[in-house]
Design a protein around this ligand. Structure first.
Ligand code: NAI
Length: 246
């Protein structure tokens, strides 16, 4: 029997994270699914089966919870083959209206939480001399009005990805980022319809992406075909990052 890969996915309860879980379980992967949303998260075990998914309700900003997650994974599986850092939040406002709480919350989850998960997995993957890390950034790291907190957090994720590719390269660990554009998930479903319509019109494709578009790219990056790709940011954004569009 071929041994299953062990992959941790954060923010797995819904949206892009759930699509990543769905994609990976079809590819001989056992997924440790992480989310603060325990109500939706636990459903993953019912939907995909406990032989394919284990759910753990963890806040990725909490150092102790993150450390006990990794201790638990190591005692259960003895190794971790891939980590997908997908959990993220938005708290949009123009900077003159943005509170320190809105800034701290977004930097806390998107950057500090991702960094904490990366630090713990780096200790494991360095030791085992193998692994893949994929960080979900955003096209918004290039800049988006009303997202000074979010864009800065995602620029941090891109920089973190590049540094970890340098630090972990000789340990056979590839670290890449995926930068989605406008994707149809609970996060974007909260936008006002007129705002969403404007964003769709600004797309070169005039469409939103699907969570599966991001999941397919993540699956490629953690596959065995990508050992010479590291430190890169792959856009899954319908061409929005090109920037020049009438
Ligand atoms: P979502 O809001 O649908 O799902 C995010 C999940 O992360 C939720 O289940 C939430 O409970 C979980 N989460 C939030 N804080 C957490 C924490 N502290 N610890 C553990 N889990 C936590 O979001 P969506 O749209 O699926 O986004 C996923 C990722 O993709 C995020 O990093 C987001 O910034 C990024 N992204 C999304 C885009 C979009 O258009 N939907 C565009 C670009 C990037």
């Amino acid at each position: 029997m071929i041994q299953k890969r062990i992959c941790i996915v954060t923010g797995a309860a819904k949206g892009i994270g759930k699509a990543i879980v769905q994609r990976l379980v079809t590819e001989n992967t056992f997924v440790v699914a992480i989310d603060i949303d325990a109500e939706n998260g636990i459903l993953l075990e019912n939907v995909f089966g406990k032989d394919k998914v284990h759910f753990s309700s963890i806040n990725i900003c909490n150092e102790k919870e993150v450390q006990s997650l990794f201790a638990d994974c190591l005692s259960r599986f003895g190794r971790i083959d891939a980590l997908v850092n997908n959990a993220g939040i938005i708290r949009d406002n123009m900077i003159w209206n943005m509170s320190v709480d809105e800034f701290d919350a977004v930097i806390g989850v998107n950057l500090k939480g991702t960094w904490l998960m990366c630090r713990e997995v780096a200790r494991v993957m360095k030791e085992q001399n193998s692994g893949r890390i994929v960080n979900i950034a955003s096209r918004a790291w290039l800049g988006n009005k009303g997202q000074s907190n979010y864009s800065a957090s995602k620029a941090g994720v891109v920089a973190l990805t590049r540094v970890l590719a340098l630090e972990l390269g000789k340990y056979n660990v590839c670290v890449n980022a995926v930068a989605p554009g406008l994707i149809d998930t609970p996060m974007t479903q909260k936008l006002k319809p007129e705002v969403l319509q404007k964003l769709i019109e600004a797309q070169p494709t005039k469409t939103m992406g699907l969570p599966e578009d991001v999941a397919n790219t993540v699956a490629f990056l953690i596959s065995e075909h990508t050992q010479f790709i590291t430190g890169q940011t792959i856009y899954v954004d319908g061409g929005k990052s090109i920037g020049a569009s009438l």
